[in-house]
Write a protein that binds this ligand. Structure first.
Ligand code: ZN
Length: 271
């Protein structure tokens, strides 16, 4: 029997490169002892499905479950194709009933602290809302590895879409929570593995604190709207990235409002 700490999931590229997904999503396949569990579903690209089929066959494993980190389309839209190819597989996520209906699948619920056997590996569900309310990460204690979905990206920052359920206060608490797990490595859904998690997560927290100071300064300088505040902070940003930048500004404004520091009274003001 292979020891649990020796687990190394197979990275399967979801083959969906784009402006918001970078090189495309990483999905992670844990396969051993005849069974396999896939973390994140990708988008149903034929090459992803073919690579999955090959990996299962190479490892003489059948796909038992697909666990998704959250309901954003680059993580779940491959579910129907996977359900079609693997009718015996279970599909699981942290439930968000209004949102989950559109995936046309009967989800098995994931809850915080739940343990899931993935071949030889044992994965623990860590509810990490903020990027989305239903976001979870998967903790593999034996290797101190965390499969982080969209919590972090090694070479960029994560969009908190306030108008689609993103919540910066929750996101910062989730970052703090993963820091406290003392992970050795992070495995994001986009980009390379992170080998120095504390440095990256602390840099993220500092980045958000700096951004909040910029938003406060923009309001104090008389910028009243999301658009004006975003333009003053992200001046010169590629136009196609501007909507995401505005979402980040909205997330900061919602946090400042929740903290009782700012309010929208015919335009944003500090209190
Ligand atoms: Zn996402």
């Amino acid at each position: 029997m292979i020891a649990d700490h020796a687990v190394a999931p197979i990275v399967l590229d979801a083959c969906n490169p784009g402006p918001m997904t970078g090189a495309g999503n990483n999905t992670y396949l844990f396969a051993s002892n005849g069974t396999a569990v896939l973390v994140d579903a990708g988008v149903g690209h034929a090459d992803h499905l073919a690579a999955l089929e090959r990996a299962l066959s190479d490892n003489h494993a059948s796909l038992e479950a697909v666990l998704v980190t959250h309901g954003h389309s680059d993580h779940v839209s491959g579910v129907p194709a996977l359900a079609n190819a693997y009718p015996e597989a279970v599909f699981a996520k942290f439930l968000l009933p209004d949102d989950d209906r559109r995936h046309h699948i009967r989800w098995r619920p994931l809850v915080d602290g739940q343990e899931i056997r993935a071949g030889d590996a044992l994965l623990k569900v860590v509810h990490t809302p903020g990027h989305s309310p239903d976001h979870v990460a998967f903790w593999h204690d034996a290797s101190r590895g965390l499969y982080t979905g969209d919590l972090v990206i090694a070479d960029g920052s994560v969009v908190i879409e306030a108008s689609r359920g993103g919540n910066l206060t929750e996101y910062l608490a989730s970052l703090q929570r993963i820091l406290e797990l003392e992970p050795r490595q992070l495995f994001p859904a986009h980009g390379p593995r992170v080998d120095n998690p504390p440095a990256l997560v602390r840099a993220y927290l500092e980045h958000r604190r700096r951004r909040e100071r910029q938003v406060v300064a923009a309001i104090e300088a008389g910028h009243l709207t999301v658009e004006a505040i975003a333009e003053s902070i992200y001046h010169g940003l590629e136009p196609r990235l501007m909507p995401a930048a505005r979402e980040n500004v909205r997330a900061h404004l919602a946090k400042l409002a929740a903290d009782g520091l700012a309010a929208d009274r015919d335009g944003w003001r500090m209190l």
